[in-house]
Design a protein around this ligand. Structure first.
Ligand SMILES: NC(=O)c1ccc[n+]([C@@H]2O[C@H](COP(=O)([O-])OP(=O)(O)OC[C@H]3O[C@@H](n4cnc5c(N)ncnc54)[C@H](OP(=O)(O)O)[C@@H]3O)[C@@H](O)[C@H]2O)c1
Length: 239
């Protein structure tokens, strides 16, 4: 089965300028992977790329402005990566948000924003990337769901629906690649509270939260397993 060192891999991390996505991008760049970080705020992306590239003294992080609610921008992201490297090895579907609401007090706009950002964009990005991964017979798709994708919470019903939906979609995707005999793995993170405010190595997470470095460490562990091994749903939260 085909393998590739991290130093020869290309990754896309949506929402890679901040929080969990940034920690993922940093861990991958540390392993010498080239990482495209994609989200709406280009200034944030550029700042993150500059900081991490300075840290590693190499141009490993590439910022790319992309609103995942816009299908044309998703396609522009995919085209950019393929024109530049002709492959994408790792897709991390991390961009996401919640709109606090209740089952009664929920707006059409809130529903659309949450479902389209957290779920629809994941299906669009995956649809765009998968044929290339299949052709290369190599790829990893990593989805950032949530404990809200496993349990319902009254204050974020549409977020729960999207994160549960993401796990269902991932299971169907995994079945699809298995039937095709493709060397493509699908992992899901289902974290509880992750402290993205205290992300420096020397900082302690707030009570009830985990330090974001645990997400990055787990990502690299999961990706490092033998190609035939899939660490399916990764539940991690503060005990
Ligand atoms: N932190 C937690 O406790 C926790 C727990 C469970 C799951 N999660 C999940 O982890 C993921 C990352 O969250 P985080 O905690 O790291 O918070 P965060 O720093 O707010 O990250 C969310 C990222 O998504 C991007 N984003 C939002 N809407 C977007 C859009 N329309 N197009 C492109 N990018 C978009 C944001 O960038 P721009 O604003 O620049 O677009 C931002 O970088 C999310 O999917 C979240 O649901 C977080």
């Amino acid at each position: 089965m085909k393998t590739k060192p991290f130093s020869e891999q290309i990754a896309i991390v949506t929402g890679g300028g901040t929080g969990i996505g940034r920690a993922f991008a940093e861990a991958l760049a540390q392993a010498e992977t080239t990482v495209v970080i994609a989200s709406r705020r280009e200034e944030v992306l550029k700042q993150t790329a500059a900081e991490l590239n300075t840290k590693f003294s190499a141009e490993r992080i590439v910022p790319f402005g992309c609103d995942v609610l816009d299908r044309d921008q998703i396609e522009a992201l995919v085209s950019f990566a393929f024109e530049r490297w002709n492959c994408i090895d790792i897709l991390i579907n991390n961009a996401g948000l919640a709109v606090p609401e209740t089952v009664e007090a929920i707006t059409e706009t809130g529903w659309s924003t949450v479902l389209d950002t957290n779920l629809r964009s994941v299906m669009q990005l995956t649809r765009a990337m998968l044929p290339h991964m299949m052709a290369e017979d190599f790829g990893d798709i990593v989805n950032v769901s949530s404990q809200a994708g496993k349990h319902g919470f009254a204050d974020v019903p549409s977020y729960c629906a999207a994160k549960f939906g993401m796990l269902g979609y991932a299971e169907a995707l995994r079945d699809h690649v298995r039937r095709q005999g493709a060397n493509v793995r699908v992992f899901n993170f289902c974290p509880g509270l992750v402290d993205v405010e205290n992300a420096l190595a020397e900082q302690s997470p707030r009570p009830g939260f985990i330090h974001v470095k645990n997400m990055a460490d787990t990502l690299m562990y999961a990706l490092s397993l033998d190609r035939e091994v899939v660490l399916e749903d990764i539940n991690l939260y503060a005990r």
